[in-house]
Ligand binder design. Structure first.
Ligand SMILES: [Zn+2]
Length: 430
């Protein structure tokens, strides 16, 4: 870097760091002092009011833990942006590219080496935040995972992320080199079969690396669940239990995979700690996702969104690299050292789009709840489930607005319990 460039770099870096801390402080004040998470007066004393189903200790812990988790969430994403920006600004990305260039001459191999250094740096820099989250989760007795097991998951994340990144980045930069202007369109077209393939292998290749999956252990419960599944034409071999109790006290169930690998997965914690009616309600909820094909609609939504996202990324990245590439020592956009700019822009766009994607997800979750209520006709089990989920995850019934729009892929517990009550009322009127 030339001599005049250096004070400029320092000034920009300082500004970015200050902006990050100001944002963090603002979020802290918002989450801990300004946001009102009290239950509206009209719901006081009803099944929505956590004071009716949590003891005072659980009430206090859930408020505390939720605030911490919300703050961690709002700190973690911009922390990554700051990291990408600083490694560009200080020429660290360019340095990784030089190292890769010294080791190998062939572009794909250079890319793979560059990505190793970048992934390693990202891992090291983000590790303190991940570890802090883990410690909080242990402190509040949500996580039951031993450090060694948690660390093993971190390494798995690293290698799975690295392998995926190698494929994705090689394709992106080959397309950039090949189609100077329309590379984003080529990447978008290729991303469609790639996402479908990833969704297809996720439950059979990726997920088993982390946890054990097997048919339901409780055979009596399995019979009830499968007869429910049968009502919705879901084949028995698509229902799995996963061993999560070694890792967490939280409860969950989800639908995953596409085609012959599509499946409903119930955490063993859910099966062990909820009564049969609650498990059946959760199962019916997951069946709602399955029957209404929310996975496929989700893929279609992301394909549409990524069309706009990739186009925008291409425009912004071209502009930014042209303007600042010299300072970063990044020759051109097609140099692999420009990657942090790509990651930074896409991450910001994804974050900006998250109120929309979360809104769509909350709508689908509401549909699944409704499906489950219609199928089980068991309002009490639904309400008990939502209350038990709140207790097990120490979550907020009525989270702050910004938390809801940026973090919540599910309706809030206030909304879910309210809907169950309204459903019951409607049924009575009919
Ligand atoms: Zn759901």
């Amino acid at each position: 870097m030339d001599k005049e460039g250096r004070p400029l770099v320092r000034k920009w870096a300082l500004r970015a760091v200050i902006a990050y801390f100001l944002f963090g402080a603002a979020m802290y004040v918002y989450l801990f002092f300004l946001a009102d998470t009290a239950i509206p007066d009209m719901y006081k004393g009803t099944s929505i009011d956590p004071a009716t189903f949590l003891n005072s200790r659980e009430l206090m812990l859930s408020e505390e833990y939720s605030r911490i988790r919300n703050l961690m969430f709002f700190l973690a994403t911009p922390y990554q942006w700051l990291f990408y920006y600083l490694i560009l600004l200080f020429g660290i990305s360019a340095m990784f590219e030089r190292w890769a260039g010294k080791t190998a001459k062939w572009f794909p191999l250079q890319t793979i080496i560059y990505l190793f250094w970048l992934s390693l740096a990202t891992f090291v820099v983000t590790f303190p935040l991940a570890y802090t989250s883990y410690l909080f989760s242990k402190t509040y007795n949500i996580s039951t995972q031993h450090f060694s097991s948690w660390m093993k998951d971190q390494f798995l994340d690293f290698w799975v992320g690295y392998a995926t990144m190698c494929v994705v980045v090689l394709v992106i930069y080959s397309m950039m080199k090949k189609f100077k202007k329309k590379w984003w369109l080529a990447v978008w077209v290729l991303s469609i079969p790639f996402s479908i393939l990833m969704m297809f292998i996720q439950p059979v290749v990726i997920d088993p690396l982390y946890n054990d999956f097997y048919p339901l252990k409780d055979k009596q419960l399995e019979m009830k669940i499968l007869s429910l599944a049968d009502e919705a034409d879901i084949p028995a071999e698509h229902v799995y239990e996963v061993d999560m109790s070694k890792k967490t006290n939280a409860l969950n169930a989800y639908v995953t995979g596409v085609g012959s690998n599509s499946r409903i997965v119930l955490w063993d914690t859910t099966l062990e700690r909820l009564d049969d009616e609650e498990v059946l309600f959760i199962m019916a909820h997951e069946m709602g996702h399955y029957v209404e094909k929310h996975i496929y609609k989700g893929i279609a939504g992301y394909v549409l969104l990524s069309f706009v996202g990739l186009w925008l990324t291409a425009k912004l990245m071209e502009l930014w690299v042209r303007k600042r590439g010299k300072v970063w020592k990044v020759d051109s956009m097609t140099s692999i050292s420009s990657l942090p700019a790509f990651l930074l822009i896409t991450s910001i766009l994804l974050f900006a789009a998250s109120p929309l994607t979360n809104w769509v997800s909350r709508y689908q979750e509401m549909r699944a709840d409704r499906y489950a209520l219609e199928m089980t006709e068991d309002r009490d089990a639904a309400v008990r489930t939502f209350q038990d989920l709140t207790r097990a995850g120490l979550s907020q019934v009525n989270p702050p607005y910004l938390v809801k729009i940026f973090r919540y892929g599910h309706p809030t517990m206030l909304e879910r319990i309210k809907m169950a009550d309204e459903f019951e009322k409607q049924k009575d009127e009919d």
